[in-house]
Design a protein around this ligand. Structure first.
Ligand code: ADP
Length: 439
């Protein structure tokens, strides 16, 4: 301030001194005024330079000022710099925040008061078929065309979520998206989406499973209670009584097998996968399995099947012995149950050229049409229901086999030709095989 005053006085003094050279009071006043005007012009120019700098507010530039203008410039520069830093920090925070929402497995859409898209993350764009860039500014109800969504969006009850079909949903490729709106701010809306296809599918599977189990149990139970009532209320001969009791025991056995297979499945699903530690000689698995199969065949087939082992190829496999045994017996008993009496069954363990160890069962049975093959391992899926039930099948055998294979990191395979027979196999990966071991 004192500097400016000094400057002004200097200009005025110089002006009046210049006037006084003419030795006239009028000139002295004119000189003083001229000095003051000149100083004002100079000061105005400095103010203009500062204002010009304000236009760009480029804090990297530092125009030369002096006195109070230099201080004004320096303070302004500091405030602008601080402001810039704050803006940068809040931009970085916003970027982080958006990146986090972007990475969210749930879809997020921000809508303005009119229902136009302000921001949409990748998940929501993918689930609802939106374009993350092009659809910004578009009305959401024009893009999500489901009538259920329209009614929900235009209504005012957002307390519950709704479910709409996802993009490309078809009966064979189901896709369900859950959508919920959360109003916020001034009539703005946050729209959250979640892919619930798997949850829905699991729910349907659970319902189907309960219905199937109930159905499987109801039939033998009805037969059993029918016979119990007959025996209780109607006098029957000794011979009839024995027939009835035989049938009752058959139905009880059927239920027992069903419960036992259900327990096996739930054990397989609920326990950790077998570690690689237990090494088993393939012959120790094969020999008892073949003996059991021959015994079963001699009971249910007249003449029994010709059951032959494949080429001897002994090695070690690692896994859970009882699980592997259960999978092998399921495949072998199926071959016996579905191959007509006297048919041929060949079975064994073999090493594939790719290092995998494969247990195979080849039969000369009726074969299975190609359209059934992908569904064979579904629980309770049967190609030939009457044959399955007649021979004590539960419809769970191949589901167990597939589970065992998967738990060992292996594969389950079927090839079949109608009228010629089928080959079922489970293969274990090279990490579960010690190929060089020969007894
Ligand atoms: P099930 O207890 O009914 O035999 P599985 O899960 O073991 O149940 O088998 C599913 C279905 O696959 C069977 O019902 C049967 O129709 C068919 N199947 C299984 N193995 C054979 C086979 N070796 N030959 C022909 N059909 C078979």
């Amino acid at each position: 301030m004192t500097q400016r005053l000094f400057e002004l006085l200097l200009f005025v003094a110089l002006g009046s001194a210049w006037g006084l050279r003419h030795a006239s009071a009028g000139w002295a006043v004119a000189g003083t005024l001229a000095g003051a005007v000149l100083w004002s012009l100079l000061d105005g120019l400095r103010a203009r330079r500062l204002l010009k700098w304000f236009n760009t507010a480029d804090t990297t530039q530092s125009p030369k000022f002096s006195g109070i203008w230099a201080e004004l410039f320096e303070r302004s520069r500091k405030i602008i710099k601080q402001q810039e830093r704050r803006t940068e920090e809040s931009n970085a925070r916003l970027d982080n925040f958006l990146a986090a929402i972007q990475a969210s497995p749930n879809g997020v859409i921000l809508l303005d008061a009119e229902g136009r898209i302000e921001w949409v993350n990748l998940t929501a764009a993918h689930q609802l078929g939106l374009d993350q860039q092009k659809d910004v500014g578009q009305y959401i109800q024009n893009l999500v065309r489901s009538p259920v969504f329209k009614t929900y969006f235009l209504g005012d009850d957002f307390s519950t979520e709704i479910q709409i079909g996802g993009i490309g949903a078809r009966p064979s490729v189901p896709s369900k998206i859950s959508v919920q709106i959360h109003p916020y701010g001034h009539q703005r809306k946050l729209l959250l989406t979640r892919d619930v296809t798997a949850v829905e599918l699991a729910d349907t599977m659970r319902r189907d499973f309960v219905a199937n189990v109930s159905h499987e149990i109801r039939t033998p139970l009805t037969v059993l209670s029918g016979f119990v009532e007959t025996l209780q209320h109607i006098p029957v001969s000794e011979a009839d009584r024995n027939v009835y009791l035989g049938m009752m025991s058959q139905q009880a056995q059927r239920m027992q097998m069903l419960v036992s297979d259900l327990l096996t499945l739930s054990r397989l699903e609920g326990s950790p996968a077998p570690g690689p530690g237990d090494w088993i000689h393939t012959e120790d698995l094969l020999t008892p399995a073949i003996q059991e199969t021959r015994a079963l065949s001699s009971v249910i087939a007249q003449p029994p099947h010709a059951i032959t082992p494949g080429p001897k190829s002994a090695f070690l496999v690692s896994g859970n012995k009882s699980e592997l045994h259960s999978a092998m017996s399921n495949l072998l008993s199926n071959a016996v149950r579905y191959t007509p009496a006297g048919g041929a069954i060949r079975t064994g363990w073999q090493l594939r050229p790719d290092g995998w160890a494969e247990f195979f069962v080849e039969d000369s049975g009726p074969g299975i049409a190609a359209e059934h093959l992908p569904r064979l391992t579904e629980r309770f899926y049967r190609v030939d229901s009457s044959r399955s039930r007649e021979t004590g099948g539960t419809g769970l055998g191949l589901a167990i086999v597939k589970h065992v294979a998967q738990r060992h990191g292996g594969q389950f395979n079927v090839t079949s030709t109608i009228g010629k027979g089928s080959t079922f196999s489970i293969a274990l990966p090279p990490s579960r095989v010690q190929p060089k071991f020969i007894d």
